[in-house]
Design a binder for this molecule. Sequence first.
Ligand SMILES: Cc1ncc(C[n+]2csc(CCOP(=O)(O)OP(=O)(O)O)c2C)c(N)n1
Ligand SMILES: [Mg+2]
Length: 319
Amino acid sequence: MLANLLNLNQDGFCIEKDCTFAAQHRRFEPERYKKFKKNIIFMAELTSISAQIRRDIVRMVHGANSGHPGGSLGCADFFTALYFNVMNHNPAFNMNATNEDVFFLSNGHISPVFYSALARSGYFDIKELATFRKINSRLQGHPATHEHLPGIRVASGSLGQGMSVAIGAALTKKLNGESSTVYSLHGDGELDEGQIWEAIMFAVHHKVDNLISTIDWNHQQIDGTTEKVMDHGDLRRKFEAFGWITLEMNGNDMSQVLETLKAAKSLTGQGKPIAIMMHTIMGKGVDFMENDHNWHGVAPNDEQLAKALAQLPETLGDY
Ligand SMILES: Cc1ncc(C[n+]2csc(CCOP(=O)(O)OP(=O)(O)O)c2C)c(N)n1
Ligand SMILES: [Mg+2]
C-alpha cells in the first residue's frame, strides 16, 4: 500500500523521477542509498497517516452533521508530524505529563484533527471517533477536560487562551527542572484576541524558551479571509518585533514540517520562545473545500462526503 502511494516497485525502488538518484546511489553508495530508501518509506508512512486522518475528519464531521473540517484538514500534516515523530509523548495518558512533551490546541474548533491524531496514535480506540459531537460522547465539539478523554489537558474553543496555558505549563516544566518541550497551535483568526498578545509579551519577558507556538496561517477564518475580517499584516515580523525566535514553513509539506519542527526544537533553551508561521491551505486534500472560508465550520452532505472520500485514500483502515 505504501509502495503504491509513492510509486515504488516491489523492491522499494522509486519508479518515478527520483529513479536516477535511487539507481545511482544503489549502485555506488550502498549506505547512502539505504538511508535514502529508509527516508522515503518513512515519509510515505507519515503521509499515509495524514491521509487517513483527513478521511477521519470528513467522516466525523459528516457523521455529526456539524463541526469544523476546513482548519482540521489544513493542520493534518502538522498533527501527524507532532504525534508520530516529533513529540516525546506517552499514549498511556497521564495528566501531569511529567518528563513528556505536551501539546495544547488553542483553536479548539479544529478538534476533529486532534481527536483523530490522538486515536490513531493510541490514546483511545479509533471506534470512538464515530461518537464525535454525539450526546454523552467524550469527543465534544470543543475539547473539554471533564470528559476525561485521554490526551486532552485543557478545555479550548474559547479562542485566545491556549498560549497562556502553554506558558504556564512551560514555566512549570522549567521550575521542575524538566528538559521537555511545550507545543501550542493557534489559528490566525484567533490572533484577533487581545489575550494572545499579552501572552506573547509575557513569554519573552519571562524567557519561556521551552515553548514552540505554531500559527496556522491559512488566511481564513469564520466569516471570510483574515485580510478582510482583521488584517494582521506580516505576522512573522510582528512575532520577531515582540522578541520571539521565528521560523516559517509550508504546513502541507511533510518534509518541511518535520525539518522545521526539529529546527525549532534545536533552538529551545536560548532564552526566547519560538514561533512557527505555518502556511496551510484551509480544506487541504479536498479540492472543493480548499481555500474557502465557507468550509470553516460546515459539514459535507452525503454527496460531498462521497466526493471528498474519493480524493482521500484509506490507508490505515476506516474506524
Ligand atoms: C473568544 C472567541 N471569540 C469568537 C469565537 C468564534 N469563532 C470560532 S472560530 C473563529 C474564527 C477563527 O479563525 P481561525 O483561528 O483562523 O480558524 P480557521 O477558520 O482558520 O479554522 C471564531 C471567531 C470563539 N470561538 N471564541
Ligand atoms: Mg485561519
